[in-house]
Design a protein around this ligand. Structure first.
Ligand SMILES: [Zn+2]
Length: 195
């Protein structure tokens, strides 16, 4: 990317496309994040009802799949829409990667857990391609995953609501997953309900 930026910088200042090219490069390259998306929990009771309904629907989809032998998820892209809504950086098309905390135009939505008990949107993470690969390695470590799910379950409403920007779940000394308040609250509710 550096060399492209160098080329653009060599264009004469009166070149009409110079600024547009510079902005386009800025937009598509990984950048230090301009502001992590804020999605607060406005109403905890409503969130709980919403998650319970989603879980109920997931059951119906699974049941239907047994009859028709179709894929469990009838809407394979719905978790992508969910993640984009949750992690899109305001006034850009970019999303925030939950693991490296940089912004990207493209994102992956790996499952939070190795095996999903239900196909439900919040049980996916919004990650860049590199972090997806990194997370798949983390996810195959069942002991580590137990620690991660335990730390999610142990959060209380105040821990989540009082987080200034993001709610942090430490993976190891150097890695932390950042969640929006609403995303982690929904994950926590699902983990508690499916136990
Ligand atoms: Zn990343």
């Amino acid at each position: 990317m550096d060399s492209i930026e160098k080329l653009i910088s060599q264009l004469p200042n009166n070149c009409p496309q110079k600024e547009a090219l510079r902005l386009a490069i800025q937009k598509t390259s990984a950048n230090t994040i301009r502001g992590f998306p804020i999605k607060k929990v406005n109403d905890w009771d409503r969130l709980k009802i919403h998650v319970a309904k989603e879980l109920f629907f997931a059951d119906l989809v699974k049941y239907e799949s047994k009859i028709r032998s179709v894929c469990i998820s009838l809407k394979p892209n719905s978790y992508r829409t969910y993640l984009k809504h949750m992690y899109e950086i305001e006034s850009t098309d970019n999303i925030a990667c939950q693991l490296c905390h940089e912004e990207f135009l493209n994102f992956e939505g790996p499952q939070l857990l190795e095996r999903l008990p239900k196909e439900i949107n919040p049980l996916h993470l919004c990650l860049c391609q590199n972090c997806k690969r990194e997370y798949q390695i983390i996810r195959s470590n069942s002991k580590k995953m137990e620690e991660i799910t335990d730390s999610i379950k142990q959060l209380n409403q105040n821990d989540i609501s009082s987080a200034k920007e993001h709610v942090d779940i430490q993976i190891d000394q150097n890695k932390t997953l950042w969640f929006t308040q609403r995303h982690i609250a929904e994950i926590q509710e699902i983990l508690n309900l499916i136990e």
